[in-house]
Design a protein around this ligand. Structure first.
Ligand code: GTP
Ligand code: MG
Length: 316
């Protein structure tokens, strides 16, 4: 039997030339996985090939699909190797299981002046510390949707952390986004920047403000959530691909359905709730103290830590 040619691209599938491949991609069948799980009938209808030929293409796509099964031990080892960024506050690091985790999305929500942005500044500096010394030894992409980025604050935090303030700013790539389109594009176009500058932390401050102002009212909610979903998906994909940490801030509203307890709820609905690996609720306390509550984590118990916003940054 003649050796079958190895299938790496959609174009390599039997019976599928460049034209059909283009049609498939345009219809959303843009990976071998997607074709491998589709029905020959829908493919045949879509691109006008015979069902028999479509069957062969689907089978070949399924065969070419690579899926790895890992043991729990392997995953355990891999998880231990995932880097973390210190928050500057030991108690908070402990609450998080060692700091803000790479390959994951950490969300901080809370009312104004609760410290969401300040924590972001601290992480932007600490991310640059060497691995094993509280950082990931990498640069930072900062998406500023509220116009609250303050270089002078970064300088003082960097100085206190023992990093040359000038260098700290050189390793901070800031995008001031004023529309959701700019916000979305700042991630869509980020791959090159991330690779060239070894970016290890992406900060979005804040995730929802532009989405909320551009899509007011219930009527626009579906469209908003759809766009938001794609954007968050891209965040997680960048985190996985480049082994980097993601820190997003989020606004809050009062949940009118809550009769007891604290009605403060992060905005963005289920899409944001599901996407955030770890959720932190920040609350103002006396003077410079802030209470940080871990409300959602895949592996750490709920709990609280107290952090301080000091002239030198986030501290115990
Ligand atoms: P919003 O973006 O308005 O929703 O609030 P936020 O949660 O981002 O608050 P932010 O992180 O900006 O925290 C504001 C608090 O940090 C204020 O109460 C200030 O007292 C404190 N703060 C801001 N800048 C400095 C600073 O340079 N030095 C010190 N010591 N504290 C600061
Ligand atoms: Mg802020």
């Amino acid at each position: 039997m003649a050796k079958e040619k190895s299938v790496k691209e959609i174009e390599d599938l039997p019976g599928i030339g460049p034209t059909i491949a283009e049609k498939l991609k345009a219809a959303g069948y843009d990976t071998l996985d997607k074709i491998g799980v589709s029905s020959p009938h829908e493919l045949s209808e879509l691109v006008g090939m015979s069902v028999e030929a479509a069957k062969k293409a689907v089978e070949a796509a399924k065969t070419a699909t690579t899926l790895e099964y890992s043991t729990g031990t392997t995953i355990n080892d891999e998880r231990k190797a995932i880097g973390r960024i210190s928050t500057g506050c030991g108690e908070l690091d402990e609450l998080l299981g060692g700091g803000v985790e790479a390959k994951a999305i950490t969300e901080a929500y809370g009312r104004f002046a609760s410290g969401k942005t300040q924590l972001g500044f601290q992480l932007a500096v600490n991310s640059q510390l060497p691995v094993g010394k509280g950082g990931l030894g990498g640069a930072v992409l900062f998406i500023d949707t509220e116009g609250t980025f303050r270089p002078e604050r970064i300088e003082s935090i960097a100085k206190a952390a023992g990093i040359d303030p000038k260098e700290a700013l050189e390793k901070l790539f800031v995008v001031r986004a004023t529309t959701t389109e700019q916000q979305i594009l700042s991630l869509e176009k980020a791959d090159k920047l991330i690779k060239e500058h070894n970016i290890k932390l992406i900060i979005e401050d804040s995730l929802m403000s532009l989405f909320r102002s551009e899509y007011p009212g219930r009527g626009a909610l579906g469209e908003r959530q759809q766009k938001l979903n794609g954007h968050i998906h891209k965040l997680q994909q960048l985190a996985d691909t480049y082994n980097l940490a993601v820190y997003i801030t989020n606004q809050v509203m009062d949940n009118p359905g809550m009769l007891f307890g604290d009605p403060t709820t992060p905005v963005g609905g289920n899409i944001v709730a599901h996407a955030a690996t770890t959720r932190l609720y920040l609350r103002k306390s006396k003077e410079d103290k802030r209470i940080v509550r871990l409300v959602d984590s895949p592996n750490m118990p709920e709990g609280e830590a107290v952090m301080k916003i000091t002239p030198n940054g986030i501290k115990e």
